[in-house]
Design a protein around this ligand. Structure first.
Ligand SMILES: NC(=O)c1ccc[n+]([C@@H]2O[C@H](COP(=O)([O-])OP(=O)(O)OC[C@H]3O[C@@H](n4cnc5c(N)ncnc54)[C@H](OP(=O)(O)O)[C@@H]3O)[C@@H](O)[C@H]2O)c1
Length: 80
């Protein structure tokens, strides 16, 4: 069975970092961790371009808007 390419978004967050640590011993399974600065899921065009350029078999989404204390000031981001 061939190895699958697995993208992990929000790779720098708490969950993403834990997965990175966990998958360190994944014996060659190709995980790709992308940080917010590298892949901003709120930027639709950049996200489409990203997935147009690269193929992933699975995506584990660890990206999330968790800055609840800023939510009142950043209503546009929260709505997306
Ligand atoms: N931690 C837990 O114990 C736990 C347990 C159960 C479920 N969850 C769920 O797992 C998810 C992640 O939680 P977390 O604790 O890992 O939160 P976190 O530490 O705040 O991580 C969220 C990550 O998402 C990134 N992010 C935010 N907006 C983004 C965007 N538009 N595009 C790409 N990346 C973006 C953040 O980058 P910046 O910091 O640069 O903005 C950050 O790296 C949430 O849905 C949470 O409810 C977490």
């Amino acid at each position: 069975m061939s190895l699958k390419n697995i993208l992990v978004t929000g790779g720098n967050g708490q969950l993403g970092s834990d997965l990175k640590e966990l998958f360190r011993q994944s014996h060659g399974v190709p995980f790709y961790f992308y940080r917010h600065q590298e892949l901003d899921l709120l930027d639709e065009r950049a996200t489409r371009d990203f997935f147009g350029r690269q193929h992933f078999d699975y995506v584990i989404n660890c990206a999330a808007y968790t800055a609840v204390d800023k939510a009142e000031e950043e209503k546009d981001s929260v709505k997306k």
